[in-house]
Design a protein around this ligand. Structure first.
Ligand code: B12
Ligand code: SF4
Ligand code: SF4
Length: 320
C-alpha cells in the first residue's frame, strides 16, 4: 500500500480545500509553540501522526468586505466554512483509511473543556496556525495569525494526522508580514488587542467569540441572580434568543470579529477584491497611531519588542 503526497493533496483539493500542506509529525513534536503547555501530534496519537496534513479553507470575500465587527452575516457564514472544513477533514480520513493508513481529524475549533480559559487563553490539541507554517502554507503576522500568499489571514485551518509517511513541504523562506511598518491590523482592532507580535487574548475573546460559552454563562448567571419577578422577562429576552440561535446554528460561537483579517494587505485577493472597501480604517485613533509609530522607530534600531523571540521560528523562518 502506498500513497504519495501529490495524491493526498489532489484529493484534499477535490474535496474543497483551498490550501494543503504537509509537515512531519516529528518536527511539530520537537517544536511546540509554547513548551510550557505542549500541543503536539504525538500527544493526540503517537502511532498515527507520522504526517500532519494541514488544510486551509478561504473565508468568503463578501463577508471580508463587511466592516462591522459584530455582524450576524459574518458569523453565520464563518460557521458554515468551519463545517465545510470539518467535512473535508472527515472525508480525507476515509480516503487515507481506505488506502490502508489509520488517520485522525484535528477539528478546527475543538479543545479540551478542562483547559477552557474565560480570558481567551484556551489551547487546541494542536496550534493550527503554527502547524500551517511548518507545512509551508505561510508565516505568522503581527497579530500572530497565519498569513498566506494567496489569501493573507483570510483562511480557516484544519488538520489530519496520518500514519502515512508523506513527503513534507518546506516552510516559506521569507516572512509575509511587514510588521511594524504596516500595523494595519493593530489600527483596525476595535478591542485594541494587538501589540508588537502579541495578542491580548482577554481583550480579543469577547469580540472574537461574542455569543460563545462566556456570553451564555453570563446570561444564565444574571437570570439566576435576578429577583424572582424579573426572571421570566430575562428568560424571554433578546439575550436568550441570541443564545438559542447560536446554539442551534453555531452563529457567533467560534466566529465573530475579523477586523484584523479584513484589512491585512497580504494575499493576492486584497488588491483586487478588498482594497476598494477596506483601505480606509475607521477604527484608527491618534493613540494607536502613536504606539505604532513608536514600534516602527524601535524596529529600525533592531528592537522587535519582548514577544518576538517566542514566535520568531514561525514569523520569519528562523530555524534553530
Ligand atoms: C483559543 C483560540 C482563540 C483565542 C486565543 C487565540 C490564540 N492565538 O491562541 C481567541 C478567542 C482570542 C481567538 C481569537 C481569534 N481566532 Co482563534 N483560535 C483559538 C484556537 C481554538 C486555539 C488556539 C491555540 O491553541 N493557540 C496556541 C497558542 C500557543 O498560540 P499563541 O498564544 O499565539 O502562541 C504564541 C504566543 O503565546 C507566544 N508565547 C508563548 N509562550 C510565551 C511566553 C511568553 C513569556 C511570551 C512573552 C510569549 C509566549 O509565542 C507562541 C508561539 O508563537 C485555534 C484553533 C487551533 N486549534 O489552533 C483558533 C484559531 C487560531 N482562531 C482563528 C481565528 C480565525 C480567530 C479570530 C479571527 C476569531 C474569529 N472571528 O474567527 C480571532 C483572531 C485573533 C488573532 N488576532 O489571532 C483561526 C486562525 C486562522 C489563521 N489564519 O491564523 C484558528 C486557527 C481557528 C481555525 N480553525 O482556523 N482564538
Ligand atoms: S479578531 Fe477583532 S478583536 Fe480580535 S484581534 Fe482581530 S480585530 Fe482585534
Ligand atoms: S495587517 Fe500588516 S502588520 Fe498586520 S498582519 Fe497584515 S501585514 Fe502584518
Amino acid at each position: 500500500m502506498s500513497l504519495t503526497a501529490a495524491e493526498v493533496k489532489a484529493k484534499a483539493k477535490a474535496l474543497g480545500a483551498d490550501l494543503v500542506g504537509i509537515a512531519r509529525g516529528a518536527v511539530l513534536d520537537r517544536h511546540p509553540p509554547d513548551p510550557a503547555r505542549p500541543q503536539t501530534p504525538a500527544r493526540i496519537t503517537p502511532e498515527d501522526s507520522k504526517s500532519v496534513i494541514v488544510l486551509g479553507r478561504r473565508l468568503l470575500t463578501g463577508i471580508n468586505r463587511l466592516k462591522g465587527h459584530d455582524d450576524r452575516h459574518k458569523q453565520y457564514s464563518t460557521e458554515l466554512v468551519l463545517t465545510d472544513l470539518e467535512e473535508i477533514e472527515l472525508k480525507l480520513v476515509y480516503f487515507l483509511e481506505d488506502a490502508g493508513f489509520p488517520s485522525i481529524t484535528v477539528p478546527p475549533v475543538h479543545f479540551d473543556p478542562r483547559h477552557y480559559d474565560p480570558k481567551g487563553d484556551t489551547r487546541g490539541p494542536l496550534s493550527l496556525a503554527h502547524a500551517a507554517v511548518e507545512a509551508g502554507l505561510g508565516t505568522l503576522g503581527l497579530n500572530l495569525m497565519l498569513l498566506t500568499p494567496e489569501y493573507g489571514p483570510r483562511v480557516l485551518l484544519g488538520a489530519v494526522l496520518t500514519s502515512a509517511e508523506l513527503q513534507p513541504d518546506s516552510p516559506l523562506a521569507e516572512p509575509l508580514c511587514a510588521g511594524e511598518s504596516c500595523g494595519r491590523c493593530l489600527l483596525a482592532c476595535p478591542a485594541d488587542a494587538i501589540g508588537q507580535w502579541t495578542l491580548d487574548k482577554e481583550r480579543c475573546a469577547p469580540l472574537a467569540s461574542p455569543y460563545g460559552f462566556s456570553y451564555l454563562m453570563g446570561h444564565i448567571e444574571r437570570m439566576v441572580q435576578a429577583p424572582r419577578d424579573e426572571q421570566l422577562a430575562l428568560l424571554k429576552s433578546k439575550e436568550s434568543f441570541m443564545s438559542w440561535q447560536s446554539i442551534l446554528r453555531g452563529v457567533g460561537v467560534y466566529s465573530g470579529c475579523t477586523r484584523c483579517v479584513d484589512v491585512c494587505p497580504v494575499g493576492r485577493d486584497y488588491e483586487t477584491q478588498l482594497k476598494d472597501v477596506q483601505d480606509t480604517i475607521a477604527e484608527r485613533t491618534p493613540e494607536k497611531e502613536a504606539r505604532l509609530a513608536e514600534m516602527a522607530r524601535r524596529r529600525e534600531s533592531g528592537d522587535r519588542g519582548p514577544h518576538y523571540a517566542h514566535s520568531a521560528r514561525w514569523i520569519d523562518g528562523q530555524r534553530s
